[in-house]
Ligand binder design. Structure first.
Ligand SMILES: [Zn+2]
Length: 308
């Protein structure tokens, strides 16, 4: 490892405040990237589906001689971000998290079209959350794992809000990372993690099929199963009933992120409001992602929970 990285790691271990400042800055920058992911990933998926449909139709129409349609490249990196109303390319200076938004007074520098407040809010939320996670865990592997979890959950929350999609390209890696991180007992033991992944998937999967057999309708998407599997993989099966049960008592300590992330800091629980707030926001968004689409099967889940 290069010397300067070793020095930096030593510095972070000795000065936790420096690590927190670094984390917030890094979180702001990743938040800016998450904005791109939130906007582009669903469109990339749509383009992919269109391409697949076109391919299938092409095969039906002209069996072998299909010419691939050439479309401009569109992924998380290219083309460069541009104003949706005038096409003005966003320069590096206009891309500084939060500051650029304030400096531009929430307007495009080309056409003065308003810029959504959501962009700086996502950046701020990511920065604050990553800072809190680093404050909580200090310089450790748990902190970096929790970063990944937060990034994925923030992206999923907003993509779901916009499109009702939970992309496999986020939920599945999240699941595998959760299992790998728990190999040596990161947030839970490996046994609970693997059982959690399977139980998370199968529980919603069985509710889905039960609901479909009884009513003939689809109550939720397969993305929900995978997200709950990922949550089971990260925090163990023991947390799934609490996670699934909507009517969880607010005063009850047994909540999803609470139980796992804050084991080491129960003493500051009552003292530190912001952390508690962020935790409950994350907890609520995660639950909301899953339950947004299935209010009508919630009774069923509640019944199942109480039987369990
Ligand atoms: Zn513009």
């Amino acid at each position: 490892m290069p010397d300067f990285i070793v020095d930096l790691v030593e510095l972070f271990k000795e000065m936790p405040t420096l690590f927190i400042i670094f984390s917030v800055t890094f979180g702001l920058m990743v938040g800016s990237f998450l904005n791109v992911v939130i906007y582009r990933l669903p469109r990339m998926m749509e383009l992919e589906w269109q391409r697949n449909c076109a391919e299938l139709q092409g095969q039906e129409n002209q069996s072998s001689a299909t010419e691939p349609t050439v479309s401009p490249k569109f992924n998380l990196v290219v083309p460069r971000s541009a104003c949706p109303s005038c096409g003005h390319k966003i320069t590096a200076l206009e891309n500084i998290p939060i500051l650029s938004f304030l400096f531009l007074k929430a307007k495009c520098s080309g056409c003065k079209a308003p810029i959504s407040i959501r962009y700086p809010l996502v950046e701020l939320f990511t920065g604050v959350l990553i800072g809190l996670v680093s404050w909580k865990f200090g310089y450790s592997s748990a902190a970096f794992a929790a970063w990944i979890f937060c990034f994925a959950l923030i992206a999923l929350s907003f993509i779901d809000l916009d499109t009702f999609l939970l992309p496999d390209s986020i939920t599945l890696p999240l699941l595998w990372i959760g299992i790998l991180f728990n190999l040596n007992g990161g947030f839970t033991d490996i046994h609970s993690s693997i059982v959690g992944a399977a139980a998370g998937y199968l529980s919603l999967w069985s509710v889905y099929w039960l609901f479909k057999l009884v009513t003939g309708k689809e109550g939720m998407g397969y993305g929900d199963f995978k997200l709950l599997a990922a949550i089971g993989a990260w925090f163990g099966w023991q947390l799934l009933p609490a996670f699934i049960n909507r009517g969880v008592n607010h005063r009850h300590r047994y909540d999803f992120i609470g139980q796992t992330w804050a084991q080491c800091a129960d003493s500051v629980w009552a003292l530190f409001g912001p952390w508690r707030y962020c935790r409950s926001v994350l907890w609520a968004t995660a639950r909301k992602i899953i339950f947004r689409r299935l209010s009508h099967v919630c009774h069923c889940i509640n019944w199942w929970y109480w039987c369990w």
